[in-house]
Design a protein around this ligand. Structure first.
Ligand SMILES: [Zn+2]
Length: 179
């Protein structure tokens, strides 16, 4: 059984083909590694599938990028052998090693963008998110192998033109569980 990860999301439409928040969206100097599901801050996030929490930590912070707030991420090794990274969380409700079933509460949606710090010097896609009031979301990635830190990855974006190995497009999977 698979569950839609943010029951209170603004919609269950999955952005695609370069739309804002879509997988591998080109953002000038970077590419988007996941799919963004917009939702009010503090909305519950639940697990898509059964698995185990294998990693968690800080995802964004104002010390990295001035218009970011502090948010968190966690990685779940799914029993099917793939990995989901749930990111841009306000808080994480589980611990490393916790066994998870689909539908279990994982944490809540964070407010990744610090609206008052977004100005004309910010990347275009950031200014557009502010205009659309899409400043809180679940950023979700899907991988076919364990995740490793990379110098070309920051805050859900890939600063290189070649897609990292093992990064999967979660759009179809999410669409299939959006009912
Ligand atoms: Zn994202």
């Amino acid at each position: 059984m698979n569950c839609w990860p943010v029951p209170k999301s603004h919609s269950r439409y999955l952005p695609c083909d370069g739309e804002s928040g879509s997988f591998w969206e080109q953002r000038q100097d970077r590419f988007h590694c996941g799919v963004d599901i917009y939702a009010p801050q503090k909305s519950d996030i639940i697990s898509i599938a059964d698995g185990t929490v294998v990693d968690l930590g800080i995802f964004t912070s104002p010390s990295q990028v001035r218009y970011w707030n502090t948010t968190y991420y966690l990685v779940i090794a799914n029993n099917g052998g793939t990995f989901f990274r749930y990111a841009e969380l306000d808080d994480v409700a589980v611990e490393k090693g916790t066994a998870i079933q689909a539908g279990d509460f994982l944490g809540s949606v964070g407010q990744v963008l610090h609206i008052k710090k977004i100005d004309d010097t910010c990347p275009l896609y950031i200014r557009q998110l502010k205009e659309k009031k899409h400043t809180s979301m679940l950023h979700i990635e899907w991988h076919d192998r364990p995740l490793f830190p990379s110098k070309t990855y920051l805050g859900g974006n890939w600063f290189g033109t070649r897609k990292p190995e093992g990064l999967l497009d979660p759009t179809s999977l999410l669409e299939s569980i959006s009912d």
